[in-house]
Ligand binder design. Structure first.
Ligand code: F3S
Length: 290
């Protein structure tokens, strides 16, 4: 059985960088804590916990003997200041693509302009961005919500890094109708999610079974599953190699593998090894042709 990996899979740049920053903080010694779970993958969180990295829920829990890590979604400047006041050291692992959105929002607000951010207002990334333009930013999900906004002054339009391009473009168009001047539209969508979906789609048509490794609550992993299911009926979302049922790949010659943006490489490797082992066992069990 051939095990084929999609061209793009697993950790995105921002998540890989955040995990590396936690590893570096651990290597320096002392107590390391993250504000909120570092990533949406319980196996990787478990691995970090085994090295002593725990999570705090609010800056008030930080103390002078701790190194605090800000996760890739980023936080408001207020939260960052509070952490800096309480913790021994703050490691800012905000993804640079998110920092770019924060800085754009901050600058436009300083110029007295409105800022329209297309995204989910409850998502931590959006809460952080809004904190950079607290009096000027409007976080809206789509064009329909833009219609409910008051008139906008010389607006900047940016997006949550993980939304769909069509949602952003439609909403940006709706902002134009509300603005007193031509809006500044900056597409700040990160390509990592789309690249993983495109690569999975390209492979799904060439295999008879597909394993997507990722958290059951990770939205980008669930989306990868539905992309694969469009072309490969035997597509499975798994969190660990133990969830692979050999019966599901009985008779399968080519199996595809991909992983969500929060799935670590060590877990992907374990899944690939188990699939190869299942294939080898099957080969040994086959009768020798005479
Ligand atoms: Fe950053 Fe994009 Fe990942 S914004 S955290 S590289 S999905």
């Amino acid at each position: 059985m051939q095990v084929l990996l999609a061209d793009e899979y697993g950790f995105c740049f921002g998540v890989e960088r955040a995990v590396q920053m936690v590893e570096d903080a651990l290597a320096e010694g002392g107590t390391v804590r993250t504000l909120g779970p570092l990533i949406h993958n319980s196996q990787e969180i478990g691995r970090l916990e085994a090295h002593g990295v725990a999570t705090i829920d609010a800056p008030i829990e930080a103390s002078a003997d701790m190194t605090e890590v800000i996760r890739a979604h980023g936080v408001t400047p207020e939260v960052q200041r509070e952490l800096e006041a309480r913790a021994a050291k703050v490691v800012d692992a905000t993804c640079p693509f998110v920092t770019k959105v924060q800085k754009l929002a901050e600058r436009a607000a300083e110029q007295g302009r409105d800022v329209v951010v297309i995204g989910n207002p409850d998502h931590p990334e959006m809460i952080g961005v809004k904190g950079y333009a607290p009096h000027n930013a409007h976080v809206v999900r789509d064009a329909g919500e833009v219609a409910a906004l008051p008139p906008l002054h010389a607006p900047l339009v940016v997006s949550q890094t993980t939304i769909k391009l069509s949602t952003f473009l439609e909403a940006a168009e709706a902002v134009r109708a509300k603005a007193d001047a031509e809006p500044q539209i900056v597409n700040t969508i990160c390509s990592a999610t789309r690249d993983r979906q495109d690569a999975a789609r390209a492979l799904a048509g060439q295999v008879e079974a597909f394993y997507i490794i990722g958290g059951r609550h990770s939205s980008n992993s669930i989306k990868l599953l539905s992309v694969c299911q469009e072309q490969c009926a035997k597509s499975f979302l798994i969190e660990t190699p133990q969830e692979i049922n050999p019966a599901d790949v009985a008779g399968v010659e080519r199996v595809g593998v991909t992983a969500g943006a929060s799935t670590p490489n060590w877990l992907i490797k374990e899944v690939v090894e188990r699939l190869r082992a299942i294939g080898d066992m099957r080969q040994q069990a086959e009768p020798i042709a005479v």
